[in-house]
Design a protein around this ligand. Sequence first.
Ligand code: RAM
Length: 490
Amino acid sequence: MFEEKKTEWLRIAESLKPTLHRETVRPISGIPDHALMENESIILDFGNHFVGHFTLKLSSQGSHPDAPVWLAVKFCENALELNETLDGYAGWISKSWVQQEQVHIDVLPAVFPFPRRYAFRYVKIDILALSSKYQLVIEDASAEVTTSADDSVPVPLISDEKDIAIDRAALRTLRNCMQDFFEDGPKRDRRLWLGDLRLQALTNSVTFQNYDLVKRCLYLFAATADKEGRIAACLFTEPKVEADDTFMFDYSLFFIPTLLQYIQATGDQAAKNDLLPIALHQLVLADAQFDPETQLIRDNDKLGWCFVDWALPLNKQFCAQAIWIYCAQAALQMKADPLLKEKILHRKEAARKYWYDRERYLFVSGVKRQISWASQVWAVLAGIVEGPDAVACLDAAADCPDIVPMVTPYMMHHYAEALCRVSRKTQARQVIRDYWGGMVENGADTYWELYNPENPDESPYGSPVVNSFCHAWSCTPAWFLRSGILEENA
Ligand code: RAM
């Protein structure tokens, strides 16, 4: 499907590849004032989170160097990572993501550019070995850092100090994820994920307003749909543009609200004409997963069939139904379709009929009738429950003792948005101040992929050393604080 369009879509995407803004930055502290010996260790602090290429300028003191310098260099997004180690790492994603190098430098003086692009604030350098006849002098340390965001575009936020600090970290998170495309995290996965893109595009619309980058990403997803026209959950751009062989029910559908949001912000009719058919096609593909009798989505035990949140015990059946409804409603805003309208009503009714526990005001999911925060939040966002019942649903969730909790800032975004939906603006504001404000209080320059105030070691991957600490889906406080959605009458 859409095969004849894909070459042109890819051409459009590549024509929008941004020119990166480049800047050279240097540490604000940590350059030693003395020559270093074996086993010494230093920590350079660049004063903020950056993404770029790091270079050391080295020389020696003492006799002519008679052995190479052997360094271990570690790049850390925040101070907590400085003490983490890979010893005993038993996580299930590759430890090759951890930003550390060991290098030998044979000849001094030397200008030594490090091989990868790193995301960092701190650089820890351990002198593993040199000889006793000379010492190492760090003449200079610098990084050429990049972003495709224009820092002069966002207007200063007028608010109290706490909101300004929360907004600052949100902007930093988004701008450092804005490179050749909207990356999910510049440390990890350095990839374009649809769920992340949707929230980045939203926040971009009230901050950097780089709509060409959003457009580029939409066309990249369209150009890499599979033979059936299914949009992948994520894609790579190097060595060439290619979709990952990962499909998630919710992520494919989120192409629809992302497109809607882009069109509402720009009025780009040409993009709408190009991309609306493939957007609507995601709903058609999703139909195969519904039971035609009950109008309920079938459950699936394949891990990751539908993302929603990183809570491993979470049953996704209810959320998948709600997200389909949410995305179908976005489709209706782009194209009137009475049949789709009717289907939405049926699927809402079915969700209420089979999964609403009227006595408790809560929605259940899966054969085990699991109660999770995610289900209640998505019930509200999809409009499966409205008015006083929606308020009751969120209140009942707060009072439910063994409810499956929310794990990521991605899910917390949806919770805060659901609170706004039911006009609990003060509470939504408090969530932002407590949750994202909590990361700021813990020293965050940029927001993290995972944050559990009760468990600093929270990681869905088996160890926080592979977590990303500048993560796209966490950038939305800037949207909450700047879009007006927190205002009482918005
Ligand atoms: C992880 C990343 C990414 C997210 C996917 C589902 O690999 O954190 O941001 O969208 O999961």
